[in-house]
Design a protein around this ligand. Structure first.
Ligand code: SAH
Ligand code: SF4
Length: 347
């Protein structure tokens, strides 16, 4: 049965304090409780050093249980782990913990599925099932954060399932809550929102007080080519997208990231690299190249010569990384989230 109590993660620290005052509970307890909750103590009866009446009150007032991890897939190729979480309505959402010796990255989802329909992406094939709630995004962060050592900085990327700009308010609110030292204390500068090119979202983000990073999934350099790969390009073609990118960099003084998925024989020619160079040259940016990760039934191949593409860009003075996507063997790599779910559904 779906509980009607608000979820404890749906209350930001100030709201929780207000709730406490209304209930006649000591206000300072709110921060104390959040500290334990965000360390994974998700049962009021287990929270140390609080009076019994408060435990019982909390139990009556809030829902504490977070989505169950129904599958945990550890990559044998690297140290990434994919978690499949079952939400209260039975839907499954996936998130990934990526680690290198230097860096822990938490890759979270903003939606169940995605409506954008990019032809190279497994999540796109699912269609959009629904937006995630703020607390469902925070629950992913909480679970993934606990996998990294507490004294380590982590980066958070909205590169899991879904288009974060379509669930803009909830994504921003989850970042705001996660920033708070009373919850996870993750600095906004460590967050990156990745978008397929939803122009109004980019323009809105440019005006936010929060210092969140932006990544734009460009993936193609002509409108004809981009529209074939990413239907979103019909609505906001490359020229509009680049104007919004400029607006973002000018307003925030931040460098942005362009992501570019390399599809063998489709968008990986030297001409593509030169057009990409020209499009991005005048903006403060870096470029992340990702060789395509196979997804079921998609008519593409990875690029056979990603280094050639990278070198052209490097020679033209761009900062480029050719990302060897982690977690390919467990379908945890970019664009593969949802692939297991599709396979199960027989599509
Ligand atoms: N919807 C957002 C964020 C999630 S997708 C966006 O599109 O930006 C995160 C990244 O994975 C995007 O850059 C996307 O282009 C890339 N991607 C999608 N499918 C992929 C695949 N099969 N192989 C490699 N990268 C992929
Ligand atoms: Fe959605 Fe991003 Fe996949 Fe496109 S690449 S379908 S926007 S998740």
């Amino acid at each position: 049965m779906i509980s009607l109590r608000p979820h404890i993660l749906s209350r930001d620290p100030l709201q929780l304090e207000r709730d406490f005052v209304l209930h006649g509970w000591e206000k300072y307890r709110a921060a104390q409780i959040l500290k334990w909750v965000y360390r994974g103590v998700l049962d009021p009866m287990q929270i140390p050093n609080i009076p019994k009446h408060l435990r019982e009150g909390l139990d009556d007032t809030y829902e504490f249980s977070i989505p169950l991890t129904v599958k945990e897939s550890e990559s044998e190729m690297d140290r990434s782990t994919k978690l499949a979480l079952r939400l209260r309505d039975g839907r499954i959402v996936e998130c990934v913990h990526l680690q290198t010796p230097r860096l822990h990255t938490l890759c979270v989802s903003s939606q169940v599925g995605c409506a954008m329909g990019c032809t190279f992406c497994a999540t796109g094939k699912m269609g959009l099932l629904r937006n995630l709630e703020v607390w469902e995004i925070l629950a992913q962060l909480l679970k993934l954060r606990m996998r990294a050592p507490e004294d380590r900085h982590v980066n958070v990327v909205f590169m899991g399932m879904g288009e974060p700009m379509v669930n803009y308010d909830r994504v921003l609110e989850s970042i705001r809550v996660a920033n708070d030292p009373r919850t996870l204390g993750l600095g906004a500068r460590h967050f990156t929102i990745s978008t397929s090119g939803v122009v109004p979202g980019i323009r809105k983000l440019a005006k936010e007080a929060m210092q969140v990073n932006l990544a734009i999934s460009l993936n193609a350099t002509t409108d004809t080519q981009r529209t074939k790969l990413m239907p979103v390009n019909k609505r906001w073609p490359i020229a509009d997208l680049m104007l919004a990118a400029r607006y973002y960099t000018e307003n925030t003084q931040r460098r942005l990231t362009f992501e570019y998925v390399l599809l063998g024989g489709v968008n990986d020619t030297p001409g593509d690299a030169r057009r990409l160079s020209k499009l991005t040259r005048d903006l403060p940016h870096k470029i992340n190249l990702i060789n395509w990760n196979p997804t079921p039934g998609a008519p593409y191949h990875p690029s056979k010569k990603p280094q050639v593409f990278r070198d052209i860009l490097m020679n033209e003075g761009h900062q480029v990384t050719l990302r060897y996507s982690q977690g390919k063997d467990v379908n945890a790599a970019c664009g593969q989230l949802g692939a297991d779910l599709l396979a199960k559904a027989g599509s």
